[in-house]
Design a protein around this ligand. Structure first.
Ligand code: HEM
Ligand code: HEM
Length: 176
């Protein structure tokens, strides 16, 4: 029985958390604090899109390591509803983290923008440039998935606080 997640999973958990914070900052900056057309906007797009695809790769790797190495058990006295909510939250987080970068890539393609991954190579196009209504719908879907991700993260952090402050059951150490 392991007391904590595999070290690689702990590293990937916190690395993904930092990268996702960066994605929200860059994405939000582009959309809500108009940086104006120019090099800054191009850099923000480039970093947001390349890092979003990096997160996708890290999440794939994380799921593989997780399936291979398992997880620590919750304390035996954890109520069934808490176990259920924790599992549902984790599965939903993985699902959104896998879907969102692909939605973003399709969204960028639909607007006619290819992605040169950190300037190294061009990521294959999912779909070519589309008409504006389709591109707009994909942008809305990307926004919606970001909102769902934020809500899931709020629940995740509330769950962490519940374990740390109310139950004081050491669950945070699983990921420390
Ligand atoms: C973008 C930010 C984050 C993402 C995407 C994320 C995602 C996840 C996922 C998917 C799991 C499930 C691991 C598994 O069983 O495979 C997990 C576990 C965990 N996370 Fe996060 N997390 C984030 C931020 C945080 C923060 C800020 C905290 C602490 C305040 C935290 C604390 C934990 C803990 C303690 C666990 C282990 C829970 C357990 O043992 O059942 N996470 N996280
Ligand atoms: C986990 C990964 C990602 C997260 C959490 C994320 C989050 C966000 C957020 C919060 C915004 C600003 C709000 C809005 O959507 O209007 C945004 C905008 C945007 N993102 Fe992402 N993003 C991710 C991955 C990607 C990827 C991989 C691409 C493209 C390859 C991409 C392309 C875009 C584009 C083009 C915008 C500008 C508005 C639009 O057309 O949707 N994103 N993203």
């Amino acid at each position: 029985m392991r007391a904590r997640y595999h070290p690689l999973l702990r590293l990937l958990h916190w690395l993904t958390a930092v990268l996702i914070a960066g994605l929200f900052i860059a994405g939000g900056w582009i959309v809500y604090f108009d940086p104006g057309d120019g090099p800054l906007k191009d850099t923000l797009y480039h970093l947001h899109e390349s890092t979003g695809m990096l997160v996708w790769l890290l999440v794939l790797m994380r799921i593989a390591v997780r399936l291979a190495t398992g997880a620590p058990r919750l304390p035996p006295d954890t109520p069934g509803i808490v176990r259920f909510l924790a599992t549902a939250n984790h599965v939903a987080l993985y699902a959104v983290l896998l879907a969102q970068p692909l939605i973003g890539l399709t969204d960028a393609n639909a607007w006619g923008a290819p992605l040169h991954w950190y300037g190294l190579f061009e990521v294959p196009w999912f779909i070519g440039k589309t008409g504006e209504p389709v591109a707009q719908a994909l942008s809305s879907l990307h926004w919606l998935a970001a909102a769902v991700l934020l809500a899931l993260l709020a629940m995740h952090i509330a769950g962490a606080a519940y374990h740390a402050l109310v139950r004081r059951d050491g669950v945070l150490r699983h990921m420390a």
